[in-house]
Design a binder for this molecule. Structure first.
Ligand SMILES: [Zn+2]
Length: 233
C-alpha cells in the first residue's frame, strides 16, 4: 500500500451516550451481572409516559470547559437552597455557540481574576433554553458567600434589571429545579432566593436584577430571610 493514499477515517462505532453520572443516576441497590454473554435477545420498549424530568443540558465537555483546579464536594446534599444570579453587564446569548463562549469567558474570569477553583456557578441558563453545566449538582461552587456548601447557584445569562429572561430560559430554570428535586439532589422543601438576599445587612449586590428578583418573589419556594446553616466560607 502506498502510504500517501492512506487516510485516517473517524470511526464512530457507538452512538453518543449520556453516562449514569451525567444524567444524575442514583446508585443501584444491587448490580447483577448478565448470565449469558454475548446476549442472544434484544427486547424493544417504548416510554409509557412522556416524562421530561430534566431540561436539556450542555455538559462541561460540550461547552469546552477547562479542568477545575480542585473539585470540592458539596457539604449538604440534597441542597436546601437555590441562589439565583444574573450576568449583569455580561451580554445575553440565544444560541449554543454564543452561550458556550460566555461560559468559557466566565470560567476564565473566575479562575484567573478571582482565583477560584472553577467557574463559580453550579449551572448557567441561556436564552437558547439550554442549561450549561458549571460545577454541577454535587460539587461546591463559588457563587455566594456563606451558601456555597449548601446551595445550587444558577446564573441566568443576561441583564435582568429591567426585563425578564425569555420564556425558554425561565422554562429551563423551573425544569432544572424540579429535575433536581426529582433526582433527590435538591431538598424537597428547598428555598429559593436572589443573590442580593444572601447579604441581609448591606445588600451590596443588585444581582439578580430587579425584574428577575420580582419574578423570584412570586415563586412558591421563595423566602424573604434565608439563614445559612453555617457561616464558614
Ligand atoms: Zn450574583
Amino acid at each position: 500500500m502506498r502510504l500517501q493514499n492512506y487516510r485516517m477515517v473517524p470511526i464512530t462505532i457507538c452512538p453518543s451516550m449520556v453516562l449514569r453520572t451525567a444524567w444524575g443516576a442514583r446508585n443501584a441497590v444491587n448490580r447483577i451481572p448478565m448470565e449469558f454473554t454475548p446476549v442472544p435477545y434484544i427486547v424493544i420498549h417504548h416510554g409509557m409516559v412522556p416524562i421530561t424530568i430534566c431540561p436539556s443540558m450542555v455538559l462541561r465537555t460540550a461547552w469546552g470547559a477547562r479542568n477545575a483546579v480542585n473539585r470540592i464536594p458539596m457539604e449538604f446534599t440534597p441542597v436546601p437552597y437555590i441562589v439565583i444570579h444574573h450576568g449583569s453587564i455580561m451580554t445575553s446569548c440565544n444560541n449554543k455557540v454564543r452561550c458556550s463562549e460566555l461560559m468559557r469567558i466566565y470560567q476564565d474570569m473566575h479562575m484567573e481574576k478571582q482565583n477560584w477553583h472553577d467557574i463559580g456557578y453550579s449551572f448557567a441558563i441561556g436564552e437558547d433554553g439550554n442549561v450549561y453545566e458549571g460545577s454541577g449538582w454535587s460539587m461546591r461552587g463559588s457563587h455566594t458567600s456563606n451558601y456555597n456548601s449548601q446551595s445550587i447557584g444558577i446564573l441566568m445569562m443576561g441583564n435582568f434589571e429591567k426585563k425578564l429572561p425569555n420564556d425558554a430560559a425561565l422554562k429551563a430554570l423551573n425544569l432544572l429545579i424540579s429535575c433536581g428535586v426529582r433526582l433527590g439532589l435538591i431538598y424537597e422543601d428547598y428555598h429559593i432566593v436572589g443573590h442580593n438576599q444572601t447579604q441581609p445587612t448591606n445588600r451590596l449586590t443588585p444581582c439578580p436584577g430587579e425584574a428577575l428578583y420580582e419574578y423570584l418573589k412570586r415563586m412558591p419556594r421563595w423566602i424573604e430571610q434565608p439563614i445559612p446553616f453555617v457561616y464558614q466560607e
